[in-house]
Design a protein around this ligand. Structure first.
Ligand code: PRP
Ligand code: URA
Length: 207
């Protein structure tokens, strides 16, 4: 399933991220803010159960989160800024990291690190990466999560290319994708068009 989260705040913040004049500090802050707005939608169907307690005024039953525990998994580097923002919202979630970079020549993902919660198989997983371009990095990360037993996975990204969405649908049709926008296409270097450039470099100021 693909969900494009439509909201004027999201559109505005994403346009600021796209703007090449936006500096590192603002770009990183915007990525965090957008992640919270996306999380609100991505987690819309989390289960709640009624719990009995008293407010200062009256006792009653009030909804609290229940069901499967959550894991947030960042594809390094750029996904880190997303999980860091979302842990402010859900401090009890466990956090995993998958290190992956895209070879600039072949555009194939190169894995260099993985540390995931041991009980990830029993958790609902929200995988974060701002950019879904060819889809190679996300597919490799999802392969890894499934090897570890993860069953319900939502991929949260800020920008997706139609090519990347098609690749995920083909390789992992059960994975839900939540994104702020779907752009036009990829260019010859595998960059999303119009896009926002290299997310990792813009978040960390490495170029
Ligand atoms: C970027 C991005 C994704 C990947 C998307 O990471 O954050 O992980 O590219 O491209 P794909 O869908 O074609 O695989 P990058 O490889 O630049 O690594 P970095 O975050 O360490 O800079
Ligand atoms: N990775 C990025 O950071 N940006 C793109 O446009 C494509 C892949």
């Amino acid at each position: 399933m693909l969900t494009v989260v439509e909201h004027p705040l999201i559109k505005h913040k994403l346009s600021l991220m796209r703007d090449e004049r936006t500096g590192v500090k603002e770009f990183r802050e915007l990525a965090g803010e957008l992640s919270l707005l996306l999380a609100y939608e991505a987690m819309r169907d989390l289960e709640t159960v009624p719990v009995q307690f008293s407010t200062p005024v009256q006792s009653g039953e009030f909804p609290m989160l229940s069901g499967k525990k959550l894991a947030l998994v960042a594809i390094l580097r750029a996904g880190l800024v997303m999980t860091e923002a979302i842990t402010d919202l859900i401090p009890a979630a466990k956090v995993g990291h998958i290190g992956m970079y895209r070879d600039p020549e072949t555009l194939q993902p190169v894995a260099y690190y993985s540390k995931l919660p041991e009980d990830i198989g029993s958790r609902r997983v929200f995988l974060t990466d701002p950019m879904l371009a060819t889809g190679g990095s996300a597919v490799a990360a999802i392969d890894k999560l499934k090897e570890m037993g993860a069953e319900r996975i939502t991929l949260m990204c800020i920008l997706a290319a139609p090519e990347g969405i098609a690749v995920i649908r083909q390789a992992h049709p059960d994975v839900e994708i939540v994104t702020a926008a779907v752009d036009e296409c990829l260019n010859d270097h595998g960059y999303i068009v119009p896009g926002l450039g290299d997310a990792g470099d813009r978040i960390y100021g490495t170029k």
